[in-house]
Write a protein that binds this ligand. Structure first.
Ligand code: PEP
Length: 250
């Protein structure tokens, strides 16, 4: 049985004061959920988040890492640095990194290799844009992204995949539970084909305007193992209810 996972991606939000308040409420609110819970604040708030989550079941992750181990790469943060300060998780290939920072499938693959090498638990994001969806290319794009990131990688059991249709991120639009379930089944088939992974052992999350109001229906689908949550993870009550929906998954 795959343990449900809910990750909050806080993106470039927060101050020391708001991180303290939000995380204090989240730690209190989610308690000992059957679902695994991880929050991903900005790099500069990671140390504060570790301290606030220290005696709780809430894990902490980063939103990205460099593909390089060390060196003259101004502004970059390596996977080893994250591991060294106690970070366990890292989000890779988020559509905002692909869109605004030109991250290619090859770069995501190199970041994945660096993260695995450092012993981090990576969450690799894939998903099609609105134009690609309208052109009937959603499965093609997701396959290309999975193949680009995962081909040749061993140790895939530790890797989590997040299916995040770009048109659903931050828009209030969501894939219907049936659409999301269909893509998750397709992703599991690809995981077996591309990487020889045991698809039943890997967790595949859904992301894209997940809210308390739609979480139960999405997470009720047999192949959706939880969510990567952006906007709603900045609201402690919403996030707690999303975690509760994931925890109730059978
Ligand atoms: C995300 O950024 O990964 C995301 C899913 O955002 P939102 O939940 O706001 O759509």
């Amino acid at each position: 049985m795959r343990r449900p996972l809910v990750m909050g991606n806080w993106k470039m939000h927060g101050s020391r004061a708001s991180v303290r308040q939000l995380l204090t409420e989240i730690v209190r609110g989610v308690g000992a959920s059957p679902a695994e819970v991880v929050v991903c604040p900005a790099y500069v708030h990671l140390q504060q988040a570790f301290a606030l989550c220290a005696d709780s079941a809430v894990g902490v992750g980063a939103q990205d890492c460099s593909h390089m181990a060390a060196g003259a790469f101004t502004g970059e943060i390596s996977a080893e640095m994250l591991q060294d300060i106690g970070c366990r998780w890292v989000i890779l290939g988020h559509s905002e990194r692909r869109q605004y920072h030109g991250e290619s499938d090859d770069l995501v693959a190199a970041k994945l290799a660096a993260a695995l090498q450092a012993g981090l638990l990576p969450v690799v994001c894939v998903g099609e844009t609105q134009e690609e969806r309208e052109a009937g290319e959603a499965e093609y794009v997701v396959t290309r992204q999975l193949r680009g990131a995962l081909a040749g990688q061993a140790a895939l059991k530790q890797v989590v995949i997040a299916y995040e249709p770009v048109w659903a991120i931050g828009t209030g639009l969501t894939a219907t539970p049936g659409e999301a379930q269909g893509m998750h089944v397709f992703i599991r088939e690809q995981l077996a084909e591309i990487a020889g992974a045991d698809p039943a052992a890997m967790r595949v999350l859904y992301g894209g305007s997940v809210r308390a109001a739609n979480a139960a229906e999405l997470f009720g689908q047999p192949d959706i193992d939880g969510g990567l949550v952006g906007g709603a993870s900045l609201d402690a009550d919403e996030f707690r209810n999303i975690v509760a929906a994931a925890g109730a998954r059978q």
